[in-house]
Design a protein around this ligand. Structure first.
Ligand code: GLV
Ligand code: MN
Ligand code: MN
Ligand code: MN
Length: 410
């Protein structure tokens, strides 16, 4: 009886079966039929449905839900007086046409890990809190890990409130309130944070392991470059008379690629806005967004400086103007080394660094933090081709349950 209740009356007899049941509940939400990718943006309709699903899952399990005034949700299992909680979870939001697993896997796995512990008769000596962070991808308001940055005070509520999406809606309007900002009271109540996430490369495939433990996150950031020229007629403007920002833009993209390769770093321009965006008009303005990452902070700084210098020189030749503005920056994150070693030994799992950003990277500056990665056979992420097998997801749930049992044992 206890076990049946603990497993939410699920008829599935295996962890993989229970994973599939719960996964299928959210799989259609925000899925684009054309690409098979997900459009789940902070406070958009699909994300609202996922938040509602979160509340229902918590309620089914008798876990009270609270929010932090910034849009982040927390569901607690266990006596709040028993001590600082172990936080686990991830995010629901996606990049445009993103994969199914990036984010939601960590939340679904967290609820299933709680079920496994209950079924095993575990009474945690400290609470387990399942968290869902808002706007991790920065796909709507431009700043990644917005929810966790607000919670920890890495971003002021004033700056966050004024961030606007492509339609001009501000974060405060979407939230329905002014963000609460730093909540040191909540952060101090977390003894540890463990975020489970799909791996976003092929390192786990190469290591032939279903679950791994992250050691670090590369420093990374986003820079917007605004190139202004002169909008004019594509047919009648002599080539010598043009001030075409598209040329400066194109050169900047190639320069970023070259400078990154020279340094073993990563540079991407995955978003561009052209004004007026007409086939027969020389653009007046082109805005691109540079995503740059490197293993060392000094390498990242050099890379961005090199791109800035090359782009400025090219703008002089093109008769355009270019301005490079930092939109977000995340320094090198080293996860708690003791915790990482302990979990890798407990799970007999390989360790690996990553170049992807996560809320765990933000929390790591305040709370002992670790990440578990689940193997991704395609190695692809931020794309509909992102993948994970049910067997590996089940291994992730079991690993997370073991980790939570270990961290809540006293
Ligand atoms: C977040 O997913 C990032 O690293 O871009
Ligand atoms: Mn992502
Ligand atoms: Mn993610
Ligand atoms: Mn991420």
């Amino acid at each position: 009886m206890f076990i049946e209740n603990a497993l939410q009356g699920s008829p599935a007899t295996t962890t993989a079966g229970r994973f599939r049941e719960l996964w299928d509940e959210i799989a259609p939400i925000g899925r684009d039929a054309r690409t098979g990718g997900y459009l789940r943006y902070a406070f958009g309709e699909p994300e609202r449905q996922l938040r509602e699903w979160f509340r229902q899952q918590a309620e089914r399990r008798g876990m009270p839900v609270s929010d932090d005034g910034n849009g982040n949700l927390f569901a607690r299992w266990g006596d709040p007086e028993a001590g600082d909680a172990v936080l686990t979870g991830s995010h629901f939001d996606s990049v445009p046409h993103g994969g199914a697993y990036d984010g939601p896997l960590g939340i679904v796995s967290a609820f299933l890990a709680v079920d496994e512990l209950r079924a095993a008769g575990v009474t945690p000596a400290r609470p387990v809190v399942v968290g869902a962070f808002v706007e991790e991808e920065g796909a709507r308001f431009g700043v990644p890990c917005l929810g966790s940055r607000l919670l920890t005070g890495a971003l002021t509520p004033e700056r966050a409130a004024g961030l606007r999406d492509a339609d001009g809606v501000s974060f405060a309007e979407a939230l329905g309130d002014r963000p609460a900002g730093a909540r040191p009271d909540l952060v101090a109540g977390f003894a540890a944070f463990v975020e489970l996430h799909v791996e976003q490369g092929r390192a786990m495939v190469d290591r032939d392991a279903s679950v791994g433990v992250a050691t670090a996150i590369w420093p990374h950031g986003r820079w917007r470059f605004d190139v202004t020229g002169e909008g004019n007629h594509a047919g009648t403007t002599r080539m010598a008379d043009r001030r075409d920002p598209m040329l400066t833009y194109a050169f900047t993209v190639l320069a970023a690629n070259k400078e990154a390769r020279l340094r073993g770093a990563h540079a991407t321009v995955g978003r561009v806005r052209v004004e007026p965006n007409a086939t027969n008009a020389i653009p007046a303005r082109v805005t691109g967004w540079l995503d740059a990452r490197a293993a060392e902070e000094s390498t990242l700084a050099e890379l961005v400086e090199a791109v800035r210098a090359k782009a400025a020189e090219r703008a002089r030749r093109d008769g355009t103007e270019i301005a490079l503005t930092e939109e977000s920056a995340t320094p090198l994150v080293g996860f708690d080394a003791d915790l990482g070693r302990r979990l890798a030994a407990l799970l007999d799992a390989p360790t690996l660094p990553t170049a992807a950003g996560h809320d765990a990277g933000v929390l790591a500056g305040h709370v002992p933090t670790a990440m578990l990665f689940v193997r991704n056979p395609t190695g692809v992420s931020h794309s509909p081709a992102e993948s994970a097998t049910d067997a590996d997801c089940a291994a992730g749930v079991t690993a997370l349950a073991r980790v939570l049992a270990e961290l809540t044992s006293r």
